[in-house]
Design a protein around this ligand. Structure first.
Ligand SMILES: C[S@@+](CC[C@H](N)C(=O)[O-])C[C@H]1O[C@@H](n2cnc3c(N)ncnc32)[C@H](O)[C@@H]1O
Length: 431
């Protein structure tokens, strides 16, 4: 195991993340899981900082590389470029003295056989980069990269994409859902939170969740405003049987349970189901938990409601997954679109005559939302889309599209810190 000083540990991890995303095409969570296997000495704080710095790099990559290219030819090795990317990011984030930024860049270069021969160059150029940032010669703008931007520009105007990029540069807010609605005011005051128009609470900055009152006591859970809206669209569901397909880690399941529904949670990932079970235990909630791929699931039971929170591109959750734009393979879309349409088809066979299908995705792409619903309705003339009533839930009217679906964008509630992109639609059978 590599022995690293405290000051190098996080920076080294950051380089591992950059290399993993850019070269191996792994997500940050996959990389961090591997880190735990070989390297046990990382603390929660190290991981959080490494993730924060690398997310800054992913979100500002174009500007950061321009900063580096002022001093170097474009075709430097990835490992060398990543060290400079770290230097630029650290200079901007401005939490370490200049000498520490430069010294650690040099030390990091000496650890890796690919970069150890250029430590002199790294020293000289890092000094210039830091100086340039200090002189404010190079303001950085957050930008979406590559294929994802191209994809989005076919759907949204430049100004909307610009606002989404601005949101990316703001720290992600932490929203919570309280278990008992009538305790909202109490938790608002206890946690010094503010209430969003939908009733979700938004916490102030830099709160460490597990130390906050009510978390371990199971009084509330973390859930972004966007993902907390779909279940609210169902109205009174007390006593109803709900099948929550794609349930883990259980944010929506907990909402369903606290609204009094009898919930069956199904998910294909054992690991994610473990997290779901931990969440339910902490919240003192009960559900029927099933580990199964939806294609293998068999039941004769007919449910009142089926919630499909389908696997998707996650393009709505950019701020949480800044690595995503750099990993976004258009190829993966075909598989996602397939499982989304198949889940709608399967849900039909498990629903009661007067049942409801609630379909949602945390995607910005109509192909994973609006178009899935149109296709379903075309193939199933016995079904209709129920129009969501914005007013009754205190939603802004522009959040509901012409067909009655919920279409949320990251730049909505901009002044309050934005939200994730999301889509939801309610399907019911014709009378
Ligand atoms: C968007 S997440 C669900 C989030 C969850 N509904 C919540 O509110 O916390 C999608 C989930 O689908 C699961 N999944 C993906 N493919 C699946 C499949 N073929 N069968 C069952 N579950 C699957 C993943 O394991 C993942 O937990």
């Amino acid at each position: 195991m590599l022995k690293l000083s405290d000051s190098l540990k996080t920076r080294y991890l950051c380089l591992q993340i950059l290399f993993g995303v850019f070269k191996k095409k792994q997500t940050i969570s996959q990389i961090l899981e591997n880190q735990f296997l070989g390297q046990t000495s990382y603390q929660e704080g190290d991981l959080a900082r490494a993730e924060r710095v690398s997310n800054f790099i992913f979100g500002h990559l174009t500007g950061i590389d321009e900063c580096i290219n002022l001093y170097l030819k474009k075709n430097i090795k990835l490992e060398v470029r990543n060290i400079f990317r770290l230097v630029v990011a650290e200079a901007f984030i401005d939490e370490s003295p200049d000498y520490a930024i430069v010294n650690s860049a040099v030390q990091l270069s000496k650890i890796n056989p690919v970069t150890k021969y250029v430590s002199g160059l790294i020293n000289a150029v890092s000094r210039k980069i830091v100086q340039n940032v200090r002189n404010q010669n190079h303001p950085l703008k957050p930008t979406l990269n590559g294929t994802l931007r191209t994809y989005l520009s076919q759907i949204y105007s430049d100004s909307v994409i610009g606002r989404m990029e601005e949101i990316m540069s703001m720290r992600e807010p932490i929203d919570i859902t309280v278990k008992y609605k009538d305790e909202t005011n109490f938790w608002k005051e206890s946690l010094n939170a503010f209430e969003l128009p939908t009733g979700a609470l938004r916490l102030g900055r830099n709160k460490k969740l597990s130390t906050l009152y009510g978390f371990n006591e199971g009084k509330w859970w973390v859930q972004g405003i966007s993902s907390s809206i779909p279940v609210k669209l169902l109205g009174n569901i007390a006593g109803l049987e709900v099948l929550d397909l794609f349930s883990a880690p259980g944010g929506k399941a907990m909402q369903l349970i606290s609204a009094g529904a009898k919930v069956t949670c199904l998910d294909g990932s054992l690991k994610r189901l473990e997290v779901l079970k931990e969440n339910l235990a902490r919240m003192n909630m009960k559900a029927n938990v099933i580990w199964s791929d939806i294609h293998e699931f068999k039941t004769n039971k007919k449910y009142n409601i089926i919630l499909i929170d389908a696997p998707c591109s996650s393009s709505g959750t950019l701020r949480k997954n800044m690595d995503m734009p750099h990993l976004f393979p258009v190829k993966r879309m075909a598989d996602l679109l397939k499982i989304q349409s198949e889940s709608l088809k399967l849900a039909k066979s498990w629903i009661q005559k007067d049942g409801i299908i609630l379909y949602c995705t945390c995607s910005l792409f109509p192909a994973e939302g609006e178009e899935q619903i149109s296709q379903f309705l075309k193939m199933n003339p016995g079904w209709i889309q129920k129009v969501i009533c914005a007013k009754s839930l205190n939603l802004e009217s522009k959040w509901v599209d012409k067909k009655g679906g919920l279409r949320l964008r990251p730049d909505y509630l901009f002044e309050l810190g934005g939200m994730d992109g999301f889509y939801a639609a309610i399907l019911v059978k014709k009378n």
